[in-house]
Design a protein around this ligand. Structure first.
Ligand SMILES: [Zn+2]
Length: 212
């Protein structure tokens, strides 16, 4: 007999569950599996981003307070880069009560404050609504910043994890270049155009050299 989940889609929905507490992670994963979904697990936001690079899930359920990369960071990255993926936060935090929830997640459950049936109903609801959300697309050239004080490096922001890495400006040339993000390891593509090179030259002429 086909369940209502199987009949609405021809494939098993893939759900990524993120929690730093191994017991909570396994329990939540087991509950979600029992609904008929295919489940992958991650113990923090960085691991979750790595999984997202391999295969996009149909839904993400995440804790908020985690070491490394928190759920707040992860979910805001997901909302920006993959706005079509529905998300639910499950957390012991109360902070979301005063936050504009829709900016970060589709729904929120208090840890220990819901039944599996409530979670199942909510998951079906947000997955059914997910195609409505517009897909803004992936940004593949990363933002580049020039620090105002020091002249010898540029700062590039990783489009995957939003962490910043510095790049020695002696290596720049006027074309798209690549570096690896120091935080998450994702390849960062950035473009140094002529206006940036002009600013760098100007700054070099202003900052005294401290080398002997
Ligand atoms: Zn990164």
């Amino acid at each position: 007999m086909a369940t209502d989940l199987d009949s609405s889609r021809n494939f098993k929905c893939r759900v990524l569950v993120v929690d730093d507490d191994p017991l909570v992670l396994e329990t939540t994963a087991a509950i979600v599996r029992s609904f008929g979904y295919s489940v992958r697990t991650a113990e923090d936001g960085f691991v979750a981003l790595k999984i997202l690079r391999e295969v996009l899930p149909d839904m993400i359920i995440s804790d908020l307070r985690m070491p490394g990369m928190s759920g707040f960071e992860l979910l805001s990255i997901v909302r920006r880069r993959f706005p079509h993926i529905p998300t639910i936060a499950i957390s012991g935090e109360y902070i979301l009560a005063t936050m504009p929830l829709g900016l970060l997640v589709d729904d929120f459950f208090q840890k220990g404050g819901y039944t599996p049936q409530q979670l199942r109903d909510k998951m079906k609801e947000v997955i059914a609504e997910s195609p409505i959300r517009p897909h803004l697309g992936k940004q593949d050239i990363c933002p580049l910043w020039i620090p105002r004080v020091d002249a010898n490096y540029l700062v590039v922001t990783c489009a995957e994890c939003l962490r910043s890495s510095s790049i020695a400006d002696s290596t720049v040339s006027e074309e798209v270049q690549e570096a690896d993000c120091l935080a998450c390891g994702a390849p960062i593509r950035y473009l140094v155009d002529s206006s940036i090179l002009k600013v760098l030259e100007h700054k070099r002429s202003l900052v005294p050299t401290l080398e002997p």
